[in-house]
Design a protein around this ligand. Structure first.
Ligand code: HEM
Ligand code: HEM
Ligand SMILES: [Fe+2]
Length: 487
């Protein structure tokens, strides 16, 4: 589908491989949204596709596709930035391409198994072949092992290229962080009979990804992006990066405790989780300030010199700025809301959690990864200044309004659950259903669906823009460079 995008202007194989990963990422993003829409319709009309395509499957594919498209876009971003940061080609591009195809074939098989073979009893064998049963990481064991092999190849490529090339601060953080990120995946691969122990280790993947290693990853992308787009000073950007890394790991690692409140782990996790996870918004503020400060400073400098084009990639900068806001709001504010055990005892597992999940994943990750795709296109078409088109603007506006709208709707339903199901009716099984049939809940679900449709329309425009902006900017650039000589 996205093969129409040309990558001829890219000198490095590594960057071309990056673009391959971006293409699959955007397709999986689309699949994620379609599954979300199906699940959202089923909330309102439970008989929709009943026994043909169950809610459990739609939900599972929705969140697994989410994780996988983000991993694809992350790997793509790394391959894309390696030549810029190390000054050289990746050491083994051939194997990297092979690994890409193996991974993509495996993902396709897993998705087909998710969609067609999920009903029946679970045995040891189904863990290996059908579904491992861990939310977000349901892929069966064979695929887990395949993923580990592919990631080892990826990591070898990154590390060896780093060691042979220039070693910037950004790449040093990247290499160390990827080691942790990949290593944590192993925590979700073994099976125990105790659900407490199982959940205990599962959170090492989920929480230590999204609140530690993925956040550090985003820090490196923002640093790289600000240098590329604004020409920000490397020393300053890297200084921020080191501070952010320190704070992210300082709060994020023990912040893990906010998932150990009610799963059967010792009670000291209440205090540890409360304290450290309450500190987690601090580095997110730093990241927020960092992006906006650098942006403002560079803009001011160029304006003082009377120049234009302070931003050489409009859409990428818009998405990175959205990331700074979104990360702070979705992870920082919506996370902080329910992170103290005194609050979480009421909000745990309500639609409030869902509101936070949507805004955080979107704000902290989807945004900046889309920004990286625009940066990739700029390189692929060899464009000096890539301006936002009407499509770019419509796409970002509709997607942001859609996700914010869903978040507000889900927050209201969550609030209703807290008041009615938890506080008033005492969190019984019956209360769970009573709360879900009240108007505030049902209307909230209706608005979530409406806003989901808005998000999806925005996504369609985004794809149209990604497919055409390169060619259009190139034509514009061509005519712009002809004009002065004609005048
Ligand atoms: C970008 C970063 C983040 C992402 C992507 C994220 C995402 C999520 C998701 C998807 C869940 C639901 C997990 C499940 O299915 O059970 C969750 C739960 C939770 N998150 Fe975050 N989160 C982030 C950062 C934060 C931060 C910074 C805080 C605290 C300050 C926080 C506090 C919590 C808490 C307390 C829960 C448990 C909710 C419950 O008990 O139901 N999160 N997060
Ligand atoms: C078309 C737009 C979307 C719709 C209609 C939609 C709908 C849904 C539905 C119905 C669920 C299941 C909730 C439940 O079990 O109560 C869900 C879960 C989830 N979705 Fe979406 N979604 C959409 C877009 C997104 C986006 C853009 C992201 C992130 C980038 C996202 C991330 C998640 C996450 C992390 C969960 C699990 C939350 C949790 O367990 O608390 N979704 N979504
Ligand atoms: Fe967490």
């Amino acid at each position: 589908m996205l093969n129409s995008i040309k990558t001829n202007s890219l000198q490095y194989e590594s960057k071309k491989i990056g673009m391959m990963y971006f293409r699959v990422a955007i397709i999986l993003f689309g699949a994620q949204l379609l599954m979300g829409l199906i699940a959202a319709i089923q909330f309102l009309y439970p008989s929709f596709l009943f026994e043909i395509f169950d809610f459990s499957v739609a939900r599972m594919v929705h969140i697994n596709a989410l994780v996988v498209w983000m991993l694809y876009a992350m790997i793509g971003s790394v391959y894309y930035m390696i030549p810029d940061e190390t000054g050289r080609e990746v050491v083994a591009p051939g194997i990297a391409k092979l690994a890409f195809w193996v991974l993509t074939a495996a993902v396709a098989v897993v998705v087909l198994v998710y969609i067609f073979i999920q009903v029946g009893s679970g045995t040891e064998m189904t863990i290996w072949l059908i579904n491992e049963g861990r939310e977000y990481l349901e892929a069966p064991r064979w695929a887990d092992i395949g993923i580990v092999v592919v990631v080892l190849i990826f990591y070898y490529n990154v590390l060896a290229t780093y060691l042979k090339g220039e070693r910037t601060g950004i790449m040093t953080v990247m290499v160390a962080n990827l080691f942790a990120l990949a290593g944590l995946y192993l925590c979700g691969m073994f099976f125990t009979d105790s659900i407490t122990m199982d959940q205990y280790w599962w959170w090492w993947v989920i929480h230590l990804w999204v609140e530690a290693t993925w956040e550090v990853f985003v820090g490196t992308l923002a640093a790289y992006g600000l240098i590329k787009i604004l020409g920000a000073k490397r020393e300053i950007v890297e200084m921020w990066l080191w501070i952010e890394v320190l704070m992210l790991l300082g709060s994020g690692i023990l912040g893990l405790g906010h998932h150990y409140f009610w799963i059967g782990t010792p009670e000291y996790w209440w205090e540890i989780g409360a304290l450290f996870s309450a500190l987690e918004p601090v580095p997110l503020v730093a990241m927020f300030v960092h992006v906006l400060y650098d942006w403002g400073k560079e803009q001011g400098k160029v304006e003082a010199e009377g120049g234009a084009h302070a931003i050489n990639n409009g859409p990428a900068m818009a998405w990175i700025a959205t990331n700074a806001f979104g990360n702070f709001l979705g992870a920082g504010i919506w996370g902080f809301f329910h992170t103290l055990p005194q609050v979480n005892i009421y909000t745990h597992g309500t639609q409030f959690t869902n509101a936070h999940g949507h805004l955080a994943f979107f704000g902290a990750y989807a945004t900046i990864l889309i920004g990286m795709m625009y940066l990739g296109l700029q390189g692929a078409y060899g464009i000096k200044h890539m301006r936002a088109t009407a499509l770019s603007k419509w796409a970002i506006s509709l997607i942001v309004i859609g996700v914010l709208g869903m978040t507000v709707a889900l927050t209201i339903t969550g609030y209703e659950q807290v008041l009615v199901e938890r506080a008033e009716l005492g969190a019984t099984w019956e209360a769970y259903f009573t709360a879900q049939n009240l108007l505030w809940y049902v209307q909230g679900m209706g608005w979530r669906l409406v806003m989901g449709v808005v998000t999806f329309i925005g996504f369609v425009l985004l794809v149209m823009d990604l497919l055409t902006i390169g060619q259009r900017s190139k034509e514009q650039q061509g005519s712009a460079s002809i004009q002065p000589s004609a005048a």
